[in-house]
Design a protein around this ligand. Sequence first.
Ligand SMILES: C[S@@+](CC[C@H](N)C(=O)[O-])C[C@H]1O[C@@H](n2cnc3c(N)ncnc32)[C@H](O)[C@@H]1O
Length: 185
Amino acid sequence: MRLTQLAHDILGQYLHPGHLAIDATTGNGHDCCFLARQVGSKGRVFAFDIQRQALQSTTRYLQEQGLAAQVQLFHSGHQQMRNKLPADTHGKIQAVLFNLGYLPHGDKSTVTTAATTLPALQQARELLCPEGIISILAYRGHPGGKEEACAVEQQLRKPAPDKLQLSRFESPGPVLFVLAPDKHD
Ligand SMILES: C[S@@+](CC[C@H](N)C(=O)[O-])C[C@H]1O[C@@H](n2cnc3c(N)ncnc32)[C@H](O)[C@@H]1O
């Protein structure tokens, strides 16, 4: 199974109608549509990308799927998520999805980097509700991708005050990290 699909399958177990979610890297909008479908018309997705082209693709895709109403797009880096999200959503986010790297069919030199991914990850963790989940899909085939994936894993393995458990799913190319509540708690 592809790791993008695995990420959706795992998040789908935690994300339900009425929930709040963040798409940290909206790209062409595939993950965003998945999140929007899960939260339904009573939920909300906050989606970030630094490229206008990505936001345009996402808008088009959301409109085609009839999902645009429940998504708020930000032309902004995900490292701004704490500032951009309404204060009353802090601590209430059920799921955050990061799909790192470059925009497929777009500019391959505009990539996510540890310098902004790590602060965004820290903020995502703080914005989460206690039973929330974070998934991070990191690609290692492009310049800087391996270093970013290693930096992400190092940060995820540091002790943190929340009780989230780290799972890691390996494939020859990408690696998927999932931080989720311990099912035995
Ligand atoms: C692999 S793509 C995302 C794919 C997307 N989730 C989808 O379903 O199509 C990675 C995206 O991250 C974006 N990106 C790069 N740096 C970013 C940052 N600091 N904040 C938010 N997005 C960023 C890129 O512009 C690119 O569109």
